[in-house]
Design a protein around this ligand. Sequence first.
Ligand code: HPA
Length: 265
Amino acid sequence: MKRVGVIGGTGVYDPNWLESPQERTVETPYGVVQVVEGALSVHPGQSVVFMNRHGAGHSVPPHHVNYRANLWALKVLGVERVLATAAVGSLNLAMAPGSMVLVDQFLDFTKSRPVTFFDGRDGEVVHTDVTEPYCGESRRRVRDAGWRCDVPQVLGGVYVTTEGPRFETPAEIRAYRILGGDVVGMTGVPEVVLARELGLCYVTVAMVTNFAAGISSTPLTHEEVLEVMSANVDRLRAVLLEALPDLAGDYGCACPPSRAPVGDK
Ligand code: HPA
């Protein structure tokens, strides 16, 4: 059985679906990370690690999230597969608010974040392949889990990552549409890239909370994002609970092993 980690994004803060939850502090070379470990109530033999991407009380903005510490902590805890949630805006009229998208590609418009574990200081230059950045087999398993619990998801989409914390201008959104973007959020990169560098199978369930700026006729607010997230959090939880036992299974995929020097369990 593989160990699965869940990174809860905006609106997904409470791992109340874990039995006997235990808080743990993990020290990493990049900083200290708090996680909750517990058993899956629907599958008691399976222990899951949960972490809040934005820290306690959603206190860390997207450009200050310590992505390297978060992924490193999951790796040292023996996690091999990661299911992340993310609130996103939509650029694609076929992906309306309430849709869940299992994104398969990203466009990176971030500007100021540490983006790699391989920063060249030890004289090693590593160029990581991201032809298939999100684990294809894990995405299909989450899609199938969604079908089983009557929460259909879109299999595939391009996640545009912006620097934030501001929302985008309508001109930016028009440009991202021309470039092929489907959804837009502020946290997808570097999280997916760092997961790949650590050899973790990584999948994001992107929950559409709004049409993006200029497509929506009203100004965007974080409150609107939170409201739509909370209206849909039960559906998202249903997918997680259905998918997590599957993600722990012994299946093969095309994700390459890690080259990073961190506890290979
Ligand atoms: N833009 C960027 N991030 C977001 C959005 C958006 O419209 N909605 C939720 N997260």
